[in-house]
Design a protein around this ligand. Structure first.
Ligand SMILES: [Mg+2]
Length: 239
């Protein structure tokens, strides 16, 4: 049995939360911290839990408590739901994503999710975007800050879910430089989802398989089979 593990933001779901500045607005509302700067690419760990730690350390000189984490997640979901109520704008799937998940499972692949978001906010995004998620093994930043650790937890949960010690092949589907770095560290094949400049950038980081979306399902299934672990390149990956 082969396993395909998906990132969420930018891979299965679009950038609604980022375009609407949900993180910045959440920190302003939850902690009375206006104009928080969030520089995902500069963080050693690209996850929402690490982002919360980084912001509270920089702006409040303290670490995040479990209560902070719960508050941030609740405010984020409220903000996203409020924008949807008022404007109709909301998280959408990357075109063809839900159909791609269904087709992989129909063909006998194991499918899992490994995302740097929290599980609660991820559930809200999946539900809003109409992506079938409930019975998928998954891991989120609730288990670790580090993406590689989240990915390995998703792998372990997928193995337990399917009653297997290992899979014949593991492919990750992601969209960002930190996904490239994590796949290189783990030696996992990567299919990247990206368009235009982002696709060019992903190619330059050594990703052979880059697709704009899932609408050409055959092309996606071929990419899953042909993907390799990203090659080392001279490009400066985020450290
Ligand atoms: Mg992503």
């Amino acid at each position: 049995m082969k396993l395909v593990i998906f990132d969420m933001d930018g891979t299965l779901t679009d950038g609604f939360a980022f375009e609407e500045n949900i993180y910045v607005r959440t920190f302003a509302q939850a902690f009375n911290l206006p104009d928080v700067r969030i520089e995902w690419a500069s963080y050693p760990h690209t996850s929402s839990s690490y982002c919360l730690e980084a912001v509270l350390r920089e702006r409040c000189a303290r670490t995040a408590t479990p209560e902070d984490s719960r508050t941030v997640q609740r405010v984020m979901i409220e903000l996203m739901a409020d924008i949807q109520r008022r404007t109709g704008r909301c998280t959408r799937e990357i075109p063809g994503a839900a159909a791609a998940l269904r087709e992989l499972r129909r063909r006998g692949y194991a499918v899992a999710v490994a995302s740097g978001d929290w599980e609660a906010t991820a559930r809200h995004k999946f539900a809003t975007a109409g992506i079938p998620f409930d019975d998928l093994p998954s891991a989120f930043c609730d288990v670790a800050h580090a993406r590689t650790e989240i990915m390995q937890t998703a792998l372990a949960r997928a193995a337990a879910h399917h009653g297997r010690a290992a899979f014949d092949r593991i492919t990750y589907v992601g969209d960002a430089p930190w996904d490239v770095r994590a796949c290189r560290e783990l030696g996992w094949p990567l299919v990247a989802i990206g368009q235009d400049d982002q696709a060019t950038h992903l190619h330059s980081l050594g990703v052979a398989q880059v697709l704009p979306h899932y609408l050409d399902l055959d092309a996606f299934l071929r990419a899953v089979e042909q993907a390799t672990s990203p090659r080392a390149t001279e490009s400066n990956l985020p450290s």
